[in-house]
Design a protein around this ligand. Structure first.
Ligand code: MLT
Ligand code: ZN
Length: 476
C-alpha cells in the first residue's frame, strides 16, 4: 500500500482524487457502511466515497489502482454474505453507489430500460410500470437494495422460475474497471454474438472485477392478471408433483412457487404484526404459488381447476385463492416476512442451497433427518424458492441459546448440509453469492480447474487485486 503513512496526508490525497465526489470520513457518517445487514462483520475504512458520475468513479479507481488501495463497492448494503463490508485493516476505501441513481432511458417499444447502479430495485420496478412495462426481479428487500448490487450478486428472488436471475434480465452493462477504464456496452440487443460475453462475467462477480455503474435491462409488457393461491400439501414430494401439474396447466404463466414449512409460517405470525396463516397451522408443508399473464384471461379459473384436480388426487390437502389484491399482498407479506421473523426469533444458521428440483424431496428428507438427530435443540425452518430448487435451509434456536453454543454448532451444521447438497449435485450458494461468508465453502466445493480459471480472470482484470479484496476468494 503506497498511501502516505501519515493518515492526514493520505486523506488529503484521497480527497483530491475524489474531486467533486463527497468523501465521508467522520466516525458517525462512516459507521453505517462498516457493518453488514446481518451484523456478521464489522470493518474499518479509509473513508466512504460517494461519486455521482462515471467520470468521478473512474478517477477514484485509477487513483486507488495506482497506489494499491483496496476498494469495496457498496449498494444498498443488504448482502447476506458480507460482500460489501470492508476488512478490519482500515486501509480500504468504500465506494457507495447511491448517488448514481438516474433512470437514463426507457424504450417501451424495445422492452428495455437503462438505469444507473444506485437506483433502488423498487424505483426500477416503478419506472418500468410508469412506462406501461414490467421488470420482474422481485425480492423482499426491493425498497432498500440497489440494482447495481442485484447485478453484482446475480440476485434471484421470487420470480426466477419464469423470468430467470438478474443476469438473465440484463442486455448490457457499463462498468468501471479497476484501472479506471470504462467498459461501455449498454446495447439494448437481444441478439449479439460478438465474442466473449463480458457483461455476463461482470454480473455476479461481486465487485471483484470492476464496479457496475449502469445496466440495460429487459422489460416485459405490464402484467394484466394474476392468480395467487396458498396450499397445504402433505409433503415435499407432493409439492414437486403439484409444481409439475401447474406447469402443465398454466405453462409459462407460473411465475412463483414458494415452499413454506409450518415452522416458518408460525414464526412470521408470531413476529410480524398483522400476519396470519391463511390455512391455519395444522399441516407440515404449505406452498404459495402465483400465475400471471400479460393479457386479460381467467387465471383464477385456470388455477382453481388445476388445484381441484390436485385435491382429488391427494397431492393438495387444502387451498385458498387470494380473492383480491389485498389478500394477495397479505400472502406475500407473510412469505417475505419470514427472514425478518427469523432474525427476531433469535440466533440461527442460514443456508442458501439449490439442488435439481427432482432431488428436492430426497435432499429435504435426508437433511431434515440429520438436523433432527444432530441438533435436537434447533428448529428447522427450511423455506424458499422450491420451483427453482432453491431453499433457505435454516436452523433456528427458538428457546434461546447462547452465542457460544451456536458458534460451535454452526460449522458442523454447515458441513453436514453442504455435503448433502454436494451429494445431490447442488450449489452451496443459489442466490446470495459468496461474499466473505462462503469463501471457504467455495474452495471446498469447487474444482481446482474452476477456481484456477476464476483466479486467472481475476488476475487478468485486476492484477493489483484492489477490487473487493477477500470476497469470493482469499487474495493470492
Ligand atoms: C428470501 O428468500 O427470503 C431471502 O433470500 C432471504 C433468506 O431468507 O435467506
Ligand atoms: Zn431467497
Amino acid at each position: 500500500l503506497s498511501v502516505p503513512t501519515d493518515a492526514g496526508a493520505a486523506l488529503a490525497a484521497l480527497r483530491r482524487a475524489c474531486g467533486a465526489a463527497p468523501l465521508l470520513t467522520g466516525v458517525d457518517e462512516v459507521a453505517p457502511y462498516l457493518s453488514d445487514h446481518r451484523h456478521l462483520y464489522r470493518g474499518q475504512a479509509l473513508g466512504v466515497a460517494l461519486p455521482d458520475t462515471v467520470a468521478q468513479l473512474s478517477e477514484i479507481l485509477a487513483w486507488c489502482n495506482a497506489r494499491g488501495v483496496g476498494v469495496v463497492p457498496q449498494g444498498g448494503n443488504t448482502s447476506y454474505c458480507g460482500g460489501a463490508t470492508p476488512d478490519e485493516s482500515g486501509t480500504q476505501l468504500v465506494i457507495g453507489l447511491a448517488r448514481m441513481n438516474r433512470i437514463r432511458a426507457i424504450d417501451a417499444a424495445n422492452l428495455s430500460m437503462t438505469v444507473e447502479a444506485g437506483c433502488l430495485l423498487a424505483s426500477v420496478q416503478q419506472a418500468a410500470a410508469e412506462a406501461g412495462c414490467y421488470f420482474p426481479l422481485e425480492l423482499g428487500s426491493a425498497g432498500s437494495c440497489q440494482i447495481g448490487g442485484n447485478l453484482s450478486t446475480n440476485a434471484g428472488g421470487l420470480n426466477v422460475l419464469r423470468f430467470g436471475m438478474a443476469r438473465d434480465l440484463t442486455l448490457g452493462i457499463e462498468a468501471v474497471l479497476p484501472d479506471g477504464r470504462v467498459f461501455q456496452r449498454l446495447r439494448a440487443l437481444r441478439k449479439d454474438n460478438t465474442g466473449y460475453d463480458l457483461k455476463a462475467l461482470l454480473i455476479g462477480a461481486e465487485g471483484t472485477l470492476g464496479i457496475i455503474t449502469a445496466a440495460t435491462l429487459k422489460l416485459w409488457p405490464a402484467i394484466r392478471t394474476t392468480a395467487t393461491a396458498f396450499l397445504a400439501v402433505p409433503d415435499v414430494s407432493a409439492a414437486i408433483a403439484v409444481l409439475a401439474q401447474l406447469r402443465g396447466a398454466a405453462g409459462e404463466r407460473l411465475n412463483s412457487f414458494e415452499l413454506l414449512p409450518r415452522a416458518a409460517i408460525e414464526l412470521a405470525c408470531r413476529h410480524i404484526p398483522g400476519t396470519r396463516a391463511p390455512l391455519g397451522l395444522s399441516n407440515e408443508w404449505y406452498v404459495l404459488c402465483e400465475l400471471s399473464s400479460f393479457v386479460d384471461e381467467p387465471l383464477d379459473e385456470l388455477l382453481q381447476q388445476a388445484l381441484t384436480r390436485a385435491i382429488s388426487t391427494g397431492q393438495v390437502l387444502d387451498a385458498t385463492l387470494a380473492a383480491n389484491e389485498g389478500q394477495r399482498l397479505a400472502f406475500w407479506a407473510l412469505r417475505e416476512g419470514i427472514p425478518t421473523a427469523q432474525r427476531r426469533a433469535g440466533l440461527g444458521v442460514k443456508h442458501d442451497i439449490s439442488v435439481p428440483v427432482s432431488a428436492l424431496p430426497a435432499f429435504v428428507a435426508e437433511a431434515s433427518a440429520w438436523v433432527r438427530r444432530a441438533v435436537p435443540d434447533g428448529t428447522l425452518v427450511a423455506y424458499g424458492h422450491a420451483g427453482d430448487g432453491n431453499l433457505h435451509f435454516n436452523v433456528n434456536w427458538l428457546d434461546g441459546a447462547d452465542a457460544q453454543h451456536v458458534a460451535t454448532q454452526e460449522p458442523v451444521i454447515r458441513r453436514a448440509i453442504h455435503d448433502l447438497v454436494a451429494a445431490h449435485g447442488g450449489s452451496i450458494s443459489a442466490e446470495h453469492g459468496i461474499g466473505q461468508l462462503k469463501v471457504d465453502e467455495l474452495r471446498r466445493y469447487t474444482s481446482a480447474v474452476e477456481l484456477g480459471t476464476m483466479r486467472a480472470i481475476k488476475r487478468a482484470l485486476d492484477p493489483k487485486g484492489i477490487m473487493n479484496p477477500g470476497k469470493i476468494f482469499t487474495p493470492s
